[in-house]
Design a protein around this ligand. Sequence first.
Ligand SMILES: [Fe+2]
Length: 438
Amino acid sequence: MSLYKTFRDPDFSLFQSVVEEVMAESPDAGVSFSPDGEVADPMVAAAISIGDLLENDEPLPEGGGVVSYAGLDLAEAARYCASNAWQLIRAKLRGDQEAVEQLQEELGPFSICDPRWAESVEKYLVKVKLKGKTIPYRTWNKINDYVFNDRLAANARIAIIGDWGTGQPAARAVLRQIVRQQPDIVIHLGDIYYSGTAREMRQNFLEVCRDILPTGTQLYTIPGNHDLYAGGKPFYDMLDEMGQPASFFALRNDNWQFLAMDSSLHDSDTFTVATNVTRLDEREALWHQQKLENNQGRKSVLLSHHQLFTAYGSVGSINKSPQPLNPLLYATFAPYLDKIDLWLWGHEHNLIIFEPYKGLQRGRCVGCSAIPVPQELNPYSTNPRLIDPPRFNNVRLSLDNKGVYNLGYAMIQLDGPSAQVDYYDASQEQHPVFSEMI
Ligand SMILES: [Fe+2]
């Protein structure tokens, strides 16, 4: 049985959204996932297995004119139909009429495929049409736009979750646990899966937060790459509903400033020949720099979806060589690293406490709040292809009895000019796995 799984590919993420939406809206809908995060629906499972093949550059199952279930088990049939639906979408989008006709026949009313696959194809194409060409990003006019000076109490308690937008029972359990610690503010570091459709914004994020957070808890989010794969309009519509004016913002009091950035706007349009690392919008970069330059003695916490650096995968490649450090984010913040007291990011689904690296004292990855990571992925290993990767301390999330890493989050307790930051493994609610004073 496979686990809840997401993929980096924007188009395939949208396909996952559509398959789940069609499945959920059908009259005999069951659940997509069991309470412990295992895939329960055969269509959702089939989509994941196609994603796995695409990710590993392996060939997709070919129907070859399969017309009956004879000789095919149910899961195998679903995989064939998922592969067919995906290929039909690609053929339609590139206008390959011959392939369209053949695939359509194999997916049509006289085929073995559940009609919901054909429905998924149609729904996908509608979503692509509606997607719009540009993300409706909002820039600033005055340098103090999107700065909140009256929302961060001197003794505020701030919970940080990352890569949390699955809507799954495990994600809900993490937020319930956080509520027991009575935060004033909850900040999500982005990624509402699979592709940030209106339905996902509602069901995987806003409604869950409204269900679980007590009235009066402030809630903020910044975009992850997945939030924008459906075009970004649903993400911005949700911000409006939350009363958050933009995808980047600052929370400030006399002693602290939290600068939350949008690292995802350029995540999917940076695929040039030489590099594919993300960067900030140029005007937004100036906005953050101005706040660090004029910190007026405040300590600064940076919040982003993407990593400044990594040891596990890469932040992207330059001339095909995987990079441990994002040179574009680094260029933006390098002059101010001595003024940055803490930088929390997500994107990788893990809890990692890095050693000081390239001038940043405290880089921490907290993208561990919802996605199950099996032990086989070795999330605490270092990619041998990285040159001069960062080191990290010996803090590890624990494994559950099925060999899957437990989830986690961070909790920041301000106390005037100082703060205690606690990092939790959600299976050990009473004691943080790591604490630091800043
Ligand atoms: Fe991400």
